[in-house]
Design a protein around this ligand. Structure first.
Ligand code: BGC
Length: 469
């Protein structure tokens, strides 16, 4: 492909990945904003948890709507819709005269995040050329972490400004407006157009994206893919699909109950508990978390296909568990000396690094790989919903747990969840490195155990036996 057209594909994907950036930004910004909202309004623990988790409630609803909306209205129009929702929600939240208005604005942003967390990777996968698809889809997770990092730096930059939480929220308007403008000019997904029987438009767009006149081969491949019947709910819950659906839902569950968002959303609060006196230094330490999160995600994107999903996942889970244990120990000590503060910061950093190259990158990648084509849309949105649901449960109970169990035992609970996650992943996660999606689908339909659905096509002899049996 010519470099000019490669640039065009990268540009298209980068603009769509702004939805991932907004996902990261709007979920990350609350960690710092919360400290300042508290100064302006009297907030109970439950109300604070609600402010953090209103986005997640919206995201749950959004992820359930996403499959249907993208099928009916096309990927491009839905991304345009979410950019409008981002703008509207951000305006409501940053101008909010009451806590209720903050909640409504954040709910609206949440719906946009939930729809975007499904639609943006889908759109990217559909416009990307085959040989670049994996890397470009993982760019979305990278965009999420860049969004979180930007939000932390903005939190830090505004710490000395009066009423700064309003400005913190308002900065989110910039990527949202870029997303809206960008999507006006971006093409619709050729795959969706063909599904709508708009072949000529699809052909024109593919020619532009691929930089060549003859795109018949790719058009045929899309048509063949689409001839696979769209499955009804019955097939999604059939005996063949149930195990992978369970795997997807478990991945969403484990990604969240091992505690990542207690750090991402509440890091400054945790650092203050660990003895950081002023909110400024707590927020600065949090900005560091944002940076290592991005770096470790770049590592994951580069090495996923070389080191394999299982190795990264299992090593990362051990790292997460050990970091949580040391964080728990740091809080056990009575006095918060600078030595203990150091341990708390280092443990938080190693925890985030271990998460980023394991469960962070892996959830989004694996759920785009393990579902057979005919059930992919519905099954993916169920897995995405599971992730947002458990995110909501963990984030909305964290402060209550801290009060009831003290930080030491709270982090111990998440460490135990890492042990459970390790055992589950050890026995159930398949290695999908270098295996085509068709082979994975074939293995699922043959009823292979979950851990083996990523094995290369089985030897002919066994295959023959399986088929004749
Ligand atoms: C998770 C988010 C998390 C982020 C942190 C994503 O994969 O789904 O819940 O905040 O990673 O980088």
């Amino acid at each position: 492909m010519e470099s000019e057209n490669l640039m065009a594909v990268y540009l298209v994907c980068a603009i769509a990945a702004l939805a991932g950036l907004l996902f990261g930004f709007d979920t990350g910004i609350i960690s710092g904003a919360l400290l300042f909202i508290e100064q302006g309004f009297t907030l109970s623990t439950v109300m604070k948890e609600l402010i953090v988790s209103s986005v997640l409630l919206g995201a749950m609803a959004g992820s359930l709507l996403s499959g249907r909306l993208t099928d009916l209205y096309g990927r491009r129009r839905v991304i345009l819709l979410i950019s409008t929702l981002f703008i509207l929600g951000t305006l409501i939240a940053s101008l909010a005269p009451t806590v209720l208005a903050i909640l409504i604005g954040r709910l609206c942003i949440g719906v946009a995040i939930g729809i975007g967390s499904y639609t943006a990777p889908l759109y990217i996968a559909e416009v990307a050329p085959l040989e670049l698809r994996g890397g470009l889809v993982s760019l979305n997770q990278l965009a999420i972490t860049i969004g979180i990092m930007c939000s932390y730096f903005i939190n830090y930059a505004f710490t000395n400004t009066q009423g700064s939480w309003r400005l913190m929220f308002a900065i989110g308007l910039i990527p949202a407006v870029f997303l809206a403008i960008g999507m006006i000019f971006l093409p619709e997904s050729p795959r969706w157009l063909i599904k709508q029987k708009r072949h000529e438009e699809a052909r024109k767009i593919l020619r532009r994206l691929r930089g060549k006149h003859n795109v018949a081969h790719e058009l045929n491949a899309i048509e063949n893919g689409l001839s696979v019947r769209e499955a009804g709910l019955k097939e999604v819950f059939s005996a063949t699909i149930r195990p992978v659906l369970f795997l997807g839902m478990m991945l969403g569950f484990l990604q969240q109950v091992t505690g990542i968002n207690t750090i991402i959303y509440y890091a400054p609060t945790i650092f203050q508990l660990a003895g950081f006196q002023d909110s400024r230094s707590a927020i600065l330490a949090t900005a560091g978390i944002g940076v290592v999160n991005v770096i470790a995600t770049i590592f994951a994107v580069l090495y996923l296909d070389k080191l394999g999903r299982r190795t990264l996942l299992l090593v990362g889970l051990v790292g997460m568990c050990l970091s949580l244990l040391s964080l728990s120990l740091a809080f056990q000590a009575d006095s918060h000396t600078s030595y203990l503060r150091g341990i708390a910061v280092v443990s938080t950093f190693t925890y985030v690094i271990s998460f980023a190259f394991s469960l962070g990158a892996m959830l989004w990648l694996l759920i785009s790989e393990i579902f057979p084509l005919s059930v992919r849309g519905t099954a993916m949105s169920i897995a995405v919903f599971s992730c947002w649901f458990w995110n909501f449960i963990v984030s909305s109970t964290f402060l209550t747990l801290l009060n009831a169990l003290e930080p030491t035992n709270t982090f111990l609970v998440y460490a135990v969840m890492c042990v459970i996650a390790f055992i589950f992943c050890y026995f159930k996660i398949p290695e999908t490195k270098g295996v085509s999606l068709e082979t994975i689908e074939d293995n699922i339909r043959r009823g292979l155990p979950l851990r083996e659905i990523g094995q290369p096509a089985i030897p002919d002899k066994i295959a023959a036996k399986t088929y004749s049996g």
